[in-house]
Design a protein. Structure first.
Lengths: 237, 287
């Protein structure tokens, strides 16, 4: 079976500063992938490079046979890759429901995700649908951001730092939605500093450091020590 | 009673200024672009209406309707070919480019139709008036005012009730995240400038019907429009209407005291509002 999303030798720069050094990564249909690593490891840059927000300076991103790395961000979304950006980035002048609807801006035809299904997934949003998106609590805003990305019915959903700044109970509530998202046929990539949460939902884990993937494997096959070392950059022998 | 009459005439005049300002307000609200050629584009619209009317024999209202699609197309082209290239973090390039555009339009009009002042012949409606109690209302000023309210209402509906309006607001809030939603900001901007020129054409109809215009009439209209937008609060369409009315009323009261004070009174009202409310009457909460 060929991969749904395949990154080969991906590099990215911010001006003269190189942020990614030849990242290879594959994501299969229906798979949930976690990318963990400390602050500044290049995780967010990787997400931004895939979605066309950061400039790719080398290598390739291929979704189901289509090159994405030369496309602009709106075209990459249309191709089927949606992102929940770090910090949620809801539109302040839009209500909760408008924030969700704008996620379907480029959508053609029908798909699994509708407003109704999102309100079933996150019932609290239904009651608050006419509030400004930014008037909600952090956790609820994160639900809106996830719903907004799902409204495009993406084949791949990238989630950047979902748990940042949220209480553990709220994080659990958000991650409880993942099985439903996965069952809808969407492959998921979560970027996390919260290793515990990432290991719980993922089929496969990559650990990043200084713009490179330093460790990969199924969560069960990787020892806690190996992950710890890769995360903090401890080198043995 | 003369004061009531002056107030009503001022409100009517304010409607015209609000029409001048609506397109400017729309474009500023969406892409933070101050279009210094806005007044000249209104004058260009007036010449286009005049040209269509002369060529076809249609009255200016119908000629204006025919002028709307080409003006929309001009706005689209202007944004796509020129303004999108200079929009960015730095606010200076768009100011310089639209200032240059203003000079280009004025000189092109001067070459195309001489410096003579022109007027749109709207016919008998120009002289008609309605007696409402003690006040006599000109039919044209009344239509102008009603059009201003209708345009602002229409733009508000577009902004808050349609998918396009949602895309306008989202792009205005955060263009990068908007792209993650599949929105192409440059296309959104092109549509916005197209709509702004449609509104400018409506303003042009009433400008040309009310008074004489010539190729150099644009900058003064821009000034009134700009003051109306600032008084109303940047980005607020109803605020822009209110701003237009403030200037209109100030001007007619100034003129009632002394005809030489009309223009001055409008500018003084602008300064007075800014002293009390530096962000305008209805500032947007999230700016």
């Amino acid at each position: 079976m060929s991969a749904l999303l395949e990154l080969t030798g991906l590099t990215a720069h911010y001006g003269d500063f190189q942020a990614l050094f030849g990242v290879d990564l594959t994501l299969d249909a229906g798979q949930t992938l976690a990318i963990i690593g400390a602050n500044g490891a290049g995780k967010t840059t990787l997400m931004r490079a895939i979605t066309g927000i950061a400039r790719v300076t080398g290598g390739s991103v291929v979704l189901d046979g289509r090159r994405l790395d030369r496309m602009a961000a709106p075209e990459i979304l249309r191709a089927g890759v949606a992102m929940v950006p770090e910090g949620r980035r809801l539109f302040p002048s839009l209500t909760v429901e408008e924030n969700l609807r704008i996620g379907a801006h480029a959508r053609q035809g029908s798909g699994f995700w509708t407003l109704q299904r999102l309100y079933d997934l996150f019932p609290v949003l239904r009651d608050r649908r006419n509030h400004p998106g930014t008037a909600l609590s952090g956790g609820q805003q994160q639900m809106v951001a996830i719903g907004r990305a799902l409204m495009s019915n993406p084949r791949v959903l990238l989630c950047d730092e979902l748990s940042l700044g949220l209480a553990p109970v709220v994080i659990r509530e958000i991650y409880a939605a993942f099985p439903t998202i996965r069952d809808s046929g969407t492959a998921i990539v979560v970027v996390e500093q919260d290793i515990g949460q990432a290991l719980k939902v993922a089929d496969h884990v990559h650990c990043m450091m200084e713009g490179r993937i330093t460790l990969s494997g199924a969560p069960a096959s990787l020892g806690r020590n190996a992950i710890h070392d890769a995360y903090f950059g401890v080198r043995h022998g | 009673m003369i004061w009531l009459d002056t107030l009503i005439q001022g409100l009517m005049l304010g409607g015209l200024y609000a029409l001048f300002a609506a397109g400017l307000s729309l474009v500023f609200g969406i892409m933070r672009l101050v279009n210094l050629a806005h007044g000249d584009l209104i004058v260009l619209g007036a010449y286009l209406i005049l040209g269509i009317g002369t060529a076809t024999g249609l009255n200016p209202f119908l000629a204006a309707a025919l002028a709307l699609p080409p003006m929309f197309a001009l706005g689209w082209l202007l944004q796509t070919a020129l303004l999108n290239r200079v929009l960015g973090e730095d606010i200076l390039p768009p100011l310089l480019v639209t200032f240059g555009l203003s000079v280009v339009i004025q000189n092109a009009l001067l070459m195309g139709s001489s410096a003579d002042s022109r007027k749109l012949p709207v016919g008998p409606v120009e002289a008609q008036s309605l007696a409402l109690g003690p006040v006599n209302l000109g039919v044209m000023p009344l239509i102008t005012f009603a059009s201003a309210v209708a345009v602002i209402f229409g733009l508000n509906q577009l902004f808050y009730r349609t998918a396009l309006g949602r895309a306008f607001r989202a792009t205005s809030d955060d263009p990068v995240t908007a792209q993650l939603m599949g929105i192409r900001p440059q296309r959104v901007f092109a549509v916005a400038t197209g709509i702004a020129l449609v509104v400018a054409t409506i303003a042009a109809l009433y400008l040309g019907a009310r008074a004489n215009f010539d190729p150099s009439a644009g900058p003064a209209r821009l000034l009134y429009a700009f003051e109306a937008v600032i008084i109303g609060g940047l980005g607020s369409l109803w605020g822009t209407l209110a701003g237009g009315l403030v200037i209109g009323v100030a001007q007619t009261f100034g003129a009632a005291l002394n005809p030489e004070w009309q223009i001055l009174a409008g500018h003084l009202a602008f300064v007075a509002v800014l002293l009390v409310r530096p962000r305008g009457l209805f500032p947007r909460a999230n700016d």
